[in-house]
Design a protein around this ligand. Structure first.
Ligand SMILES: *[C@@H]1O[C@H](CO)[C@@H](O)[C@H](O)[C@H]1NC(C)=O
Ligand SMILES: *[C@@H]1O[C@H](CO)[C@@H](O)[C@H](O)[C@H]1NC(C)=O
Length: 152
C-alpha cells in the first residue's frame, strides 16, 4: 500500500500538474483601462506565482503579457496596452506555478474593448453664457469628446 502511494505522488510530480487552477478569471474595464483579475484556486500555497497570457480573435496564438509573468495572489494584470485594438476581441488565461509545479490554465470569456468597457464622463464642463443665452455642455470620456449646445 505504501509503495503504491509513493508511485502515485511521483507520477504527479513528473506530470507537473498538481496545483489547483486559478478561479474567477475575468477582464474588467473602466475608462478604457483593461485589467485581468483572478483568485487563487483552493489550497494554493502562499509561495505560488501566477502568469497571464492573452489571445486575440485575429491572431490565434497565446502570448505573454509583459509585467504579468510572475504575479502574486491579489495582484492584477494591466492589459490596456496589450488590448490596444478596440475592435478586436481578446481572451486571457491564468496559470499558477511554483518552483516544481504548474496548474492548468483558466480561461476568461471573450472581451471586446469597445463594447465591454464601461465609460463614465471624466470631465464635465457646463457653461452658461448670459450674453448669448447659450448653454453648452462639454463631455470627455476616454478618447471621445462631445459638446451639446442649447438655446435658453
Ligand atoms: C487539468 O486538466 C486535465 C485535463 O482537462 C484534468 O484531467 C485534470 O484533472 C486537471 N488538473 C487539475 C489539478 O485541475
Ligand atoms: C495601465 O496601463 C496603461 C497603459 O500603459 C496606463 O496608462 C495606466 O496608468 C495603467 N494603469 C494602472 C492602474 O497601472
Amino acid at each position: 500500500m505504501q509503495h503504491r502511494i509513493f508511485v502515485l505522488l511521483n507520477l504527479h510530480f513528473v506530470a507537473g500538474i498538481l496545483l489547483s487552477p486559478p478561479s474567477n478569471v475575468a477582464i474588467s474595464s473602466f475608462n478604457m483601462e483593461h485589467t485581468v483579475k483572478f483568485l487563487p484556486g483552493p489550497g494554493t500555497p502562499t509561495e505560488t506565482h501566477f502568469t497571464v497570457q492573452i489571445i486575440n480573435y485575429r491572431k490565434n496564438s497565446w502570448r505573454l503579457v509583459s509585467g504579468c509573468s510572475e504575479l502574486t495572489a491579489g495582484q492584477m494584470c494591466n492589459v490596456t496596452r496589450a488590448f490596444k485594438d478596440q475592435y478586436n476581441q481578446y481572451k486571457a488565461r491564468v496559470q499558477a506555478f511554483t518552483a516544481t509545479q504548474t496548474s492548468n490554465w483558466t480561461v476568461s470569456r471573450w472581451f471586446q474593448p469597445l463594447s465591454d468597457s464601461e465609460t463614465l464622463p471624466t470631465h464635465l464642463h457646463t457653461k452658461h453664457r448670459k450674453d448669448t443665452r447659450v448653454n453648452s455642455l462639454h463631455v470627455v470620456h476616454g478618447n471621445h469628446h462631445c459638446s451639446i449646445f442649447s438655446d435658453d
